[in-house]
Design a protein around this ligand. Structure first.
Ligand code: NAD
Length: 479
């Protein structure tokens, strides 16, 4: 494969690239072809990776100042910037993501390194006024060894936000990317090495979730786990973390709503109403798979969204159209199962295939209208290009429908009424609320995470630095 400038069957442990006994085939979702292999790391590789991470804390990495750590992260970001096109091509091939979207992920990875590089030496403790004769202050210290279990849908962005923040705080990381999409994680590790990251600070073990992932989440010498993925696996990881009494950040799924009121600027809203769902073929945790529309503009919104769907083109990642393939045959089967569940519903718009290879995992993006709020299509995370439109009459009804799923990741409000914006931002059950936009460009500065089954803990922004550190209170009695 032209895009590969490294051996993907090697994993990184303690600064040494090494092979494993077995490998896993890597499929191109655009064609169904197997184009390379990755290493299948197992429990003993996880053991050595955790030990290497631990050792680095007592070595060069652990001795670095925050400023030195920040400089290395900044250098990694600069190297990522020089490789944007290669990284985008890799991700497009591995995930099936249209090239433009893959390029955005690579740019975001560079930006995460820049942000956390700059932030590394700006995390401070405080002094606390206390009893006479005492001086009390707090220190922000790394957890130690942090585990990072990452899904396949946005590998570069999730590695950037989680590994970037953990390294900034001085943790030593063991990264387990998803078996479906490991290539940019391996490329990132090569660039981190080139930037001078000391050995053992970042270890990457590719492998299966039930093998390498399970071994990492249950490892007794891991001090913190950052997991991004599905709700069921998140539950397993939290249970494993409980066994070792270590903190865990869970970034799980979503069923994020957009609320469109009669007074909304529809021209501004329309690209977001559709784009927020079909990006990455709907395989986005924060995808807006539900659009709730007030009755006065309902018909107009459905008809305009439907027309936008009819114009969507589906093709290979390299063709770089609106929508690429899904990650796997299994994911396609799940999404088609939901389309079958919607057989009785009104289809308001559907995208078109453009030159799709037989073996690829394509599903035409589909918009359903007049969907009852308790229908599975309106409640379940489908993780495909399927969106529902639901009518409502009053603000209270909109809130009731919006908050009626198990999830609470993201929500948006489209209205010109400032008082309503403020009211609803408080009443919506979500970790992020957007007013007259969706996603705010995905800024790395913005704390992100969910409530309910969307998980707990926050990543991104400065907040992540608190999550990847622990507070020590020092009370000195000096009379
Ligand atoms: P997944 O849960 O199947 O896999 C995620 C990771 O967990 C992979 O690295 C996998 O190998 C690993 N894993 C699997 N079984 C494991 C086990 N028993 N123990 C430990 N690790 C294990 O999720 P996925 O299918 O890769 O990703 C899709 C899900 O991720 C969706 O639900 C999506 O909403 C969610 N997601 C959430 C966010 C967020 O920030 N909230 C971002 C992206 C994706």
């Amino acid at each position: 494969m032209d895009e590969l400038w490294f051996d993907p069957t090697e994993i990184l442990i303690g600064g040494a690239w090494q092979r494993t006994r077995a490998t896993i085939d890597v499929e191109d979702p655009s064609t169904g072809d197997i184009f390379t292999q990755i290493a299948r790391g197992q429990e003993h590789e996880i053991d050595t990776a955790v030990a290497a991470a631990r050792a680095s804390l007592d070595s060069d990495w652990g001795r670095m100042t925050a400023t030195e750590r920040g400089r290395i992260l900044t250098r990694i970001g600069q190297l990522v910037e020089t490789r944007i096109e290669e990284l985008a091509a890799l991700e497009a091939r591995d995930v099936g993501k249209p090239l433009t979207q893959a390029r955005n992920d690579a740019v975001a990875l560079a930006r995460y390194m820049e942000f956390y590089g700059g932030a590394a030496d700006k995390v401070m403790g405080e002094t606390i006024p206390y009893l006479d004769g005492y001086t009390v202050y707090t220190l922000r210290e790394p957890h130690g060894v942090t585990a990072h279990i990452v899904p396949w849908n946005y590998p570069m962005q999730i590695i950037g936000r989680s590994v970037g923040a953990a390294l900034a705080m001085g943790n030593a990381c063991v990264l387990k990317p998803a078996e479906e999409a490991c290539l940019t994680a391996l490329a990132f590790a090569r660039l981190a090495e080139e930037a001078g990251l000391p050995k053992g600070a970042l270890n990457v073990v590719t492998g299966l979730g039930e093998e390498a992932g399970a071994a990492l989440s249950a490892h007794p010498d891991v001090d913190h786990i950052s997991f991004t993925g599905s709700v069921p696996v998140g539950g397993l990881v939290q249970a494993a973390a409980a066994g070792n009494v270590v903190p865990v950040t869970l970034e799980l799924g979503g069923k994020s709503p957009q609320l469109v009121f009669d007074d909304a600027d529809l021209d501004a809203a329309l690209p977001f109403l559709v784009g927020a769902c079909i990006q990455n073929a709907g395989q986005t945790c924060s995808a807006s798979s539900r659009v709730l529309v007030q009755r006065g503009v309902y018909d107009q919104v459905v008809s305009r969204m439907g027309a936008a769907y009819d114009a969507l083109q589906v093709g290979t990642a390299q063709a770089d159209l609106n929508v690429g393939p899904l990650i796997s045959a299994r994911q396609k089967e799940i999404v088609e199962g939901y389309l079958a569940k919607g057989a009785e519903l009104r289809i308001a718009g559907r995208g078109q295939y453009s030159d799709i290879p037989d073996g690829g995992h394509y599903v035409a993006p589909t918009l359903f209208a007049d969907v009852p709020p308790d229908h599975p299509l309106a409640r379940d995370e489908i993780f495909g290009p399927v969106q529902v439109v639901i009518p409502f009459d009053t603000e209270d009804e909109a809130i009731k429908i919006a908050n009626a799923t198990d999830f609470g990741l993201v929500a948006s409000i489209w209205t010109a009424d400032g008082a309503r914006q403020m009211r609803l931002a408080k009443r919506l059950r979500a970790g992020q609320v957007f007013i007259n936009n969706y996603g705010a460009g995905g800024g790395v500065e913005l704390p992100f995470g969910g409530v309910g089954k969307s998980g707990h803990g926050r990543e991104k922004g400065f907040e992540a630095l608190y999550g990847f550190s622990q507070l020590k209170t020092v009370a000195a009695k000096h009379g």
